[in-house]
Design a protein around this ligand. Structure first.
Ligand SMILES: NC(=O)c1ccc[n+]([C@@H]2O[C@H](COP(=O)([O-])OP(=O)(O)OC[C@H]3O[C@@H](n4cnc5c(N)ncnc54)[C@H](O)[C@@H]3O)[C@@H](O)[C@H]2O)c1
Length: 378
């Protein structure tokens, strides 16, 4: 797979801005998390924010106060009808992504879609077919891949520093009572296997390639029971790749966090030459150097302006800017982007396999799901 790392250096503010025609013009729908992208794009050189859309007029007005230079609408159809938008970036609730992606493709727009790309097999089939029919391109907004320690860890892996991987170990844990209050659709209209576990499961797939089989267990935490959450909010997932390499992912969305011991998201790569760890929300990349020394890179203070808007810890401004820049560069230069539509649908299938395995208590082979979604199967 082509690396996205080589496309990343243009993100720094200090790089000269290319002339306007070389910049992809972005319209954002869903102005809660999507607002982070509008701010983040101030860091980009090859992508620029043009307009915002939210069906809630109050969201539009509060966004307008922050970015009065942009155009706004409460009608997604009106956003899609604009001919000064090249890329539509989707940050609406999970169950709406399928419809919003398909409509954007049909309106001849390329698409950035936040994670999870979709949360049902019907929507996976629908957007894959629409992408092939229209020839439009898509970038999944898998923010964790684009956070500094994960970029550094990937670059080291691609240089061969870790050798051959035996085991890939990822987790995302986060107490979500605040989210149920803010976004009630998370209670019944999605499942944490898509909403939260999309981060660690995407990380596993990024390193392991095509996954052959998934085993998973799940349960409802006390917090989930209190809120009447339909899907499980505690998951352990084990996967085996086509080449036999192993992965495991953990998700807990009703826990009491222990952030200094366990960052919200961590990825450990166990390789034949070295071991490395990347962390979010802290900004650390740790690894074993050739002489056995344990090295910690901690660029939090150096890069907090880019990732956290100069707060000590903050939102995803840098990661969102990085993937928008990566996608704009790929569109302008005609180079591959990752994760793209096919890769995103494949990761959906792994999440769906985990959901089914946790429900039945039995391992799930992925090949029939890939075929059901419309992906090629050997
Ligand atoms: N790390 C990340 O990348 C990250 C972080 C948080 C959320 N997300 C994702 O972003 C998406 C949104 O999450 P959120 O926390 O902002 O949810 P939210 O419920 O706070 O916001 C969703 C917004 O979409 C708007 N909306 C709903 N239907 C619409 C429609 N038909 N047309 C226009 N606007 C519409 C709502 O009014 C609301 O403002 C989810 O898919 C979530 O998983 C990604």
């Amino acid at each position: 797979m082509a690396s996205h790392i080589e496309h990343i250096p243009g993100i720094r503010k200090t790089f000269p801005r290319p002339p306007a025609p070389q910049r992809k013009r972005i319209g954002v729908v869903g102005l809660h998390e999507g607002r982070t992208l509008l701010t983040g794009l101030e860091r980009a050189t090859r992508a620029v924010a043009v307009a915002g859309c939210d069906s809630d007029p109050a969201k539009v007005e509060s966004c307008r106060r922050e970015r009065p230079d942009l155009d706004y609408t409460t009608d997604y159809g009106a956003l899609l009808a604009r001919d000064d938008i090249d890329v539509v970036a989707i940050y609406t609730p999970d169950p709406l992504h399928g419809e919003h992606v398909e409509r954007a493709f049909e309106a001849a727009k390329d698409v950035i879609c936040t994670k999870p790309l979709v949360n049902s097999m019907a929507d996976a089939r629908r957007i894959l077919a629409a992408g092939r029919r229209t020839g439009r391109r898509l970038q999944v907004g898998q923010s964790t891949r684009f956070f500094e320690p994960f970029l550094r860890q990937r670059a080291a892996y691609e240089r061969g520093v870790l050798g051959e991987l035996d085991l890939v170990d990822a987790h995302y844990v986060h107490r979500m009572d605040w989210f149920y209050a803010k976004s009630p659709w998370a209670i019944a209209d999605t499942d944490w296997v898509f909403a939260g576990l999309s981060h660690p499961l995407d990380l596993l797939r990024w390193y392991l390639g095509r996954i052959r089989q998934v085993q998973a267990y799940g349960r409802h935490s006390a917090l989930a029971r209190q809120h009447g959450v339909v899907g499980f909010d505690v998951y352990t997932v084990q996967v085996v790749a086509e080449d036999g390499c192993l992965g495991r992912a953990l998700g807990h969305y009703g826990c009491h966090e222990l952030p200094s011991a366990r960052n919200a998201i961590e990825l450990v790569l166990w390789g034949s030459h070295s071991t490395s760890q990347a962390q979010y929300h802290d900004m650390r990349h740790r690894y074993i150097a050739e002489d056995g020394t344990e090295v910690t890179e901690d660029p939090l203070y150096a890069l907090r302006h880019h990732y956290f808007n100069s707060e000590v810890h903050g939102m995803h401004y840098g990661e969102f800017a990085n993937y928008a820049e990566h996608f704009a560069t790929a569109l302008i230069d005609g180079t591959p982007n990752s994760p793209d539509l096919e890769e995103g649908v494949e990761t959906f299938c792994v999440m769906e396999a985990a959901r089914r395995a946790a429900r039945t208590g039995r391992p799930v082979d992925c090949a029939p799901l890939y075929a059901e979604a419309g992906l090629e199967v050997d």
